[in-house]
Design a protein around this ligand. Structure first.
Ligand code: ACO
Length: 446
């Protein structure tokens, strides 16, 4: 399918030239003009290379720090239309999936491109469920972490360490091996996350219960104490399932770009996923949910919100959980999450920080600073409040993001591997450092 895609892309480029869907560039340094094809609203950066001052010139490059205006791949996994607040996985609107699907079904959809039949779903669920156990040695090195180690640090290291257990994972071009590692990664993420959590509490690890569904089993491994059989609360289990669906993929975000970049070296998927978790850990990405709750605690009361917003506008602090590179409208996930929040609060009692969050949102949505910059609540603005009400400590919030994002990461990783246009990711640079100079002996340095 993918080499056909590549041929189809070459044909599109040729057709674009025939139909004059092109852009003409005149190089004022030489007076020469170039006609460059436009496909999918994009020009190919390599087409700029022909723009040269003379035969020895390297050719024109584009400069785009932080990828503000660069498409790094062709993808069919998820689609965002930022101005309209649209998110779809494989064409299905996120609102419909949140209402009708489960995380495990959504993970199948992301990885396979289609919703599963009943038999396919049964088989997929069976395989993921039967890869939830971890090697006993992994427990030993989890035990080696300090009691207050951040669980994201534990996740990064433990997922990377899985590569030392599964040597077959190196066979990344073998579809059966990729499938196996996919079962393992999606199956084991909740187990490792729950074990990391129990380690911080000094509580014994709870083994997976394969009779429970994916989110219910996760709750079991986290919260089971003396009961013989853990029965997850159906409202909390469904809330977690919906949150997992909403977090499953988000096209070329920071961590998706990382798994593609690291995976492009053909390293095994455990090492590549560990790198993606590391990217997600940052406060500007998946770590933002933790930062939102810290911020709301710092604000302290509804009365103090205007003062805090003043500081935001003065550039002293950021309003965490606001703003997005792509969404210039309400993040559709935030809208669904707000509804889930009320369902959880009805059961667990209202989170006292909710009023502060609502006041921040109310002021920000009316204030010119935020309106002008199109800053709206993103996925992380309300998730922290839900997680807190469900009994999770703040340090677990980004972990709750990493678990479901694993399916999206693996879908992006696989798509990158199968794309014949992709190679090892290796950007160019503009070098503005020193020209050559001679080594200065110590006694001559000032
Ligand atoms: N609070 C205050 N001002 C903000 C915020 C914010 N949260 N976000 C952006 N701005 C301002 C910037 O200061 C900038 O203002 P300027 O034009 O006067 O310089 C303008 O809005 C544009 O912001 P950029 O930083 O250029 O936007 P970018 O696309 O690079 O960053 C990001 C997006 C990182 C999400 C940013 O909005 C941010 O830091 N938000 C807070 C952290 C957060 O919530 N992250 C989670 C994102 S969702 C996710 O990853 C799951």
């Amino acid at each position: 399918m993918d080499s056909v895609t590549s041929t189809a892309e070459s044909k599109k480029v040729a057709d674009a030239v025939t139909r004059r869907e092109t852009i003409s560039i005149t190089d004022n340094r030489t007076g020469k003009s170039y006609e460059i094809p436009i496909t999918h609203g994009t020009i190919r950066a390599m087409d700029l290379r022909q723009v040269k001052v003379d035969a020895n010139d390297f050719g024109l490059m584009s400069y785009d720090p932080a990828f503000n205006n660069t498409a790094s791949c062709i993808s069919r996994v998820s689609y965002i239309e930022g101005d309209k607040g649209i998110l779809r996985y494989r064409g299905y609107p996120i609102e419909e999936l949140a209402e009708k699907s489960t995380y495990i079904e959504t993970a199948y959809l992301l990885l396979h491109g289609e919703l599963p039949t009943e038999a396919q779903l049964k088989d997929w669920t069976y395989h993921v469920t039967h890869h939830t156990f971890i090697h006993e040695s992994i427990k030993k090195f989890l035990d080696g972490f300090h009691y207050d180690a951040h669980p994201m640090g534990m996740m990064i290291s433990t997922i990377a360490a899985l590569s030392t257990f599964y040597h077959d994972a190196k066979e990344i071009l073998n579809p059966e091996s990729r499938q196996k590692q996919t079962f393992r990664l999606i199956g084991k993420m909740p187990t490792i996350a729950a074990f990391a959590y129990r380690h911080t509490l000094g509580m014994p690890f709870v083994y997976p219960d394969n009779d429970l569904r994916y989110p219910g089993n996760f709750l079991n491994m986290l919260f089971r104490t003396t009961e013989a059989r853990y029965r997850p609360n159906p409202t909390l289990e469904r809330a977690l399932d919906v949150l997992f669906i909403l977090h499953a993929d988000h096209e070329q975000n920071c961590s998706a770009n990382v798994i593609r970049g690291v995976g492009s070296s053909h390293v095994d998927p455990y090492s590549a996923t560990a790198a993606a978790i590391a990217a997600l850990y940052g406060p500007l990405h998946g770590g933002a949910n933790e930062e939102v709750v810290r911020m709301l605690h710092e604000i302290g009361s509804v009365q103090k919100v205007p003062e805090f917003i003043k500081r935001v506008k003065a550039g002293e602090v950021k309003l965490m959980g606001f703003g997005h590179r792509i969404y210039k409208n309400y993040d559709p996930r935030a809208r669904i999450i707000k509804r889930v929040a009320y369902e959880v609060f009805d059961l667990m009692g209202k989170n006292p920080l909710l009023e502060i969050a609502l006041e921040c949102e109310r002021i920000a949505l009316e204030d010119e600073y935020f309106v002008k910059r199109k800053l709206y609540p993103n996925v992380d603005f309300y998730t922290g409040l839900i997680y807190q009400s469900m009994g999770f400590p703040m340090t677990m919030f980004p972990v709750l993001f990493a678990i479901p994002r694993t399916s999206g990461w693996l879908a992006q990783w696989q798509e990158m591997l199968l794309d014949p246009e992709q190679k090892i990711a290796r950007p160019r640079q503009i070098y503005l450092g020193y020209d050559t100079r001679s080594y200065v002996p110590m006694e001559k340095r000032s």
